[in-house]
Each structure stands twice: as C-alpha cells, then as structure tokens.
Design a protein around this ligand. Sequence first.
Ligand code: ZN
Length: 251
Amino acid sequence: MFALGETGPVSVQHTRTNSSWILVCEHAGNRIPDSLGTLGLDKSDLNRHIAWDIGILGVAEKLRHHLDATLITQPYSRLVIDCNRHPDDPELVTTQSDGTTISGNQSLSPDDRQNRIDHIHTPFHACIETELDRGEKVLVTLHSFTPAMTGAAPRPWHIGVIYNRERRLANSLLRILSAMPDVLVGDNEPYSMNDDNVYTIPYHAERRGIHTVEIEIRQDLITDEKGQDNWAALLARVLDQALGKSIEPPL
Ligand SMILES: [Zn+2]
C-alpha cells in the first residue's frame, strides 16, 4: 500500500521516564496513501472534520510534555480506515461522512479493505499493545468533535468525558470538571461509547482492566495554538488529579 519513503502507519513519541500515561489519537492525521489518490475528495474536504479530528494533535503533543506521556498517533485519515472501529465494523471504511460521499470507498473489494486493515489498522493497534505491555499503564484516547453536525442538535459542551464499562477515571474526571464554573462538560456526550461503536478502549484497556477514558474537545476551542495550550494545561491538571482520586482505596 505504501510507496518507499512514505509516512508509516503509526507515530510514537516516547517518554523520558517510564511514565504510566499512554495517550492515543486515532484520528490525528488527514493523510491518504499515495496509492489511493485523494479518495475522490477535494483538498478542502480533506481539511474538514470528516477527515480528521481538527486541533487534537496539537493538544496531545502539548499534553504529552506536561504528563511526560507516551503519545501514539495515526497519521492517516479516518476516511482511509477508522482505527477506532472494530475490523469487522461496516463503518470501518465509510462510504459517506456528514453528507459527503467518499467516492474512493464505494464498492471496495474485500481484498482492498483487508489491505487497509493489514497496512494501517493492524500495525497501529499492535503498537498500542506493545506500549501497554511495558508496565502498569493508564490509557487516555483524545478526540475532537465538530460543534455542528448535519441532522444533530447543537453541541454546546466544551469537553466530553466518554466511557464504557470501566468508569473509575471517567467518574473522577466528571466530578472535577463539573465543579469548574467556566467548563461545560458532557457526560458521555456528544457520543456514548459501547463495545460495538468504539474499538481502542474496549479492546485494549477494558480487556486489561486498567484505568482509561476517552476525551473529546470541541474543535473551535483548539484550532489555534493558544487554545491548544490552554486545553493541554487544563487536561494535565485534571487528569493527574482524577487519577489520584481513582486509585485511592475506598473509604
Ligand atoms: Zn475522533
């Protein structure tokens, strides 16, 4: 799938110390492998929220420095393959997104689909496994959401705390963020998570029983460097505090 010298399917930035934090961005990038052209999309479509999580890579890189975390990111667009979906999910390679038809994904052969899994999804998740195997870890996935999605109600939240069965870290974070007068936090909003609609957290973290949470930040708050700085600093503070509370023994 990839030409010689083309960007690989996963990027890892390691810690200096053996920190327990692992940050993952499945939708950090909007690249398309050269062999797939543009998937039939205009450049402007590739810069929209349908292709990637706008602003989140900047937040994640700054947060990584605050926490001395390992950061694992996906450079290729979720329109090529969505690395936060199960390999069997029909939406793994989507044929349309927020009203835009992805012509390069129409009538994909099983071989073409498997090729994207083998070259992007599989190595990306193998990398997460390797990093989690290094010791007692906490897995935080980072995303951003568009404030306006066709057919959906407006999304007023600044930040969403998204969780499935493992809720210790999410519960602590929700308590801390809800007490902040300037922060409007969504409790499993703008999305809720289940075993079928999300892959990384159920597959890697809940299977291991480790602390985990997915965080969503509204895109218009993190389009510039200042917004990314502010949210990274706030996240570093509240994640550290929330983890401390999550691992306290019950009274
Ligand atoms: Zn995302």
